[in-house]
Design a binder for this molecule. Sequence first.
Ligand SMILES: [Zn+2]
Length: 98
Amino acid sequence: MGGSKKGRRHKTVYPDEGKRRCSNCTRVLPIEEFYARNKRPEEGHSSWCRECVIARMRKNRLKKRLAEGREKLVEWIGELKRELKEAKQILEEHDSGG
Ligand SMILES: [Zn+2]
């Protein structure tokens, strides 16, 4: 009976302790950038970073809007443009006013 060495199991290589690679954008990010349920590497099939998850959710929401009707999406784009313009204005005011 020789003491067979334990360990040396095949393991996926992870970038660094406390870091993970997003399987969507392939960036290596700190584990905090991933949602808690994806923290364990063993369950990492859908190890998307927060940003990617949010982006996907946003996209899905837009697709839903489009499914409701093209005009709705176009209308909403108009709203966003207005909002963006206002946001820029506020920023400019803020920057110039101190
Ligand atoms: Zn990502």
